[in-house]
Design a protein around this ligand. Structure first.
Ligand code: FAD
Length: 302
């Protein structure tokens, strides 16, 4: 099937993009990796496509007051390759799981977040890190936290005339560690279930945040600090001890029962997804804890 007819514009400034977006039936095209299949299958019939790739101001990747600001046309692959993005390790852990290299060479970070596929990696990373979305329209600019951004499958709080001009990720601080894991039938497929984890340790205190994806309409974030502390009480807090993952596994089925909120589909039942989340969470929370402790001790020895 071919796409239904549409008008195509390629403005050169953000002001022109948002002016075009205020026209009814308009849609942004960034990398086209999700939108083009939607058009080809006629699941969407926009009257006009606004190609944002000629706007130089949207191609920024810069550190700004302890955060990494990622502009709307920054490719996923650029985030994997440029040193500046190493300050946000969770994004770097997740990106190899996003499709294939060819997809990441065209697909944008902002496009993936704006598209809001419930099985996509980057929306979950944004939720786990408490990233900020910057929405720009002719009415001005507003900032929305990731926790409030995703409202359902393929749906967000962005209005039709708003451009996701940047996503702002906090740069990792000393004492923070991260974990990321997912299960898909073949590499490059969307995940049946996955987890993104951030653990913070500081002078004996510990907190842990787990975001699950592929298991609900939106990324689901659960505070698992209590579960991590209970596991550490059993094993001792020495990160070189190998039994933390097994101690955590006693607690993660309860977490999975809360996080998995799907009726199941032809790919996996809810029970199977709960099992996946339980196993992935135990593994990745323990991995994140080990790297948080390492980061804390490196900071102390400086
Ligand atoms: C074979 C294949 C495998 C894939 N596998 C995965 C995978 O495993 N995991 C995964 O997460 N993704 C996967 N993808 C999707 C890929 O990551 C896309 O790149 C991403 O979802 C969309 O980014 P894009 O820049 O291509 O956006 P586009 O396709 O250009 O746009 C997608 C949607 O977002 C809107 N949009 C885009 N940018 C903006 C913006 N700045 N402001 C407002 N709205 C905007 C568009 O209007 C459109 O509705 C796969 C794609 C393919 C083709």
């Amino acid at each position: 099937m071919k796409a239904a007819p549409f008008a195509y514009v390629r403005p050169g400034t953000v002001a022109d993009v948002v002016a075009e977006l205020s026209q009814e039936g308009s849609k942004v095209i960034a990398g086209g990796q999700s939108l083009v299949p939607v058009l080809a299958m006629r699941l969407g019939r926009p009257a006009q496509l606004i190609d944002i790739n000629a706007v130089r101001d949207l191609n920024g990747l810069a550190l700004d007051r302890g955060a990494l600001r990622v502009g709307a046309t920054v490719r996923q692959r650029r985030m994997q390759r440029e040193q500046i993005a190493a300050g946000v390790p969770l994004v770097r852990l997740a990106l190899p799981w996003v499709g294939h290299r060819e997809v990441r060479s065209r697909g944008t970070v902002c496009g993936s977040i704006a598209h809001a596929d419930p099985s996509a990696e980057l929306p979950a990373v944004a939720a786990c890190l408490e990233a900020t979305m910057v929405l720009t329209s002719q009415r001005g600019t507003r900032q929305v936290s990731a926790a409030d951004f995703f409202t359902g499958a393929l749906s967000t709080v962005a209005e039709p005339d708003e451009l996701l001009s940047d996503v702002v990720f906090p740069v990792a601080k000393p004492g923070e560690g991260f974990g990321f894991g997912e299960f898909a039938r073949r590499h490059g497929d969307f995940a049946l279930a996955g987890v993104a984890v951030r653990v913070r340790t500081s002078e004996g205190s510990v907190d842990a945040r787990l975001t699950c994806f592929g298991v609900s309409d939106v990324p689901v974030t659960v505070d698992v600090s209590q579960q991590l502390r209970a596991a550490l009480e059993k094993t001792g807090s020495d990160p070189s001890r190998p039994d933390l993952q097994s101690a955590l596994a006693a607690h993660t089925p309860g977490v999975a029962a809360v996080a998995v909120n799907t009726g199941g589909d032809s790919h996996a039942s809810p029970g199977y997804r709960r099992r996946l989340i339980s196993v992935l969470a135990a593994r990745e929370v323990s991995r994140a804890y080990v790297s948080a402790r390492l980061s804390e001790s490196e900071e102390r020895s400086r």
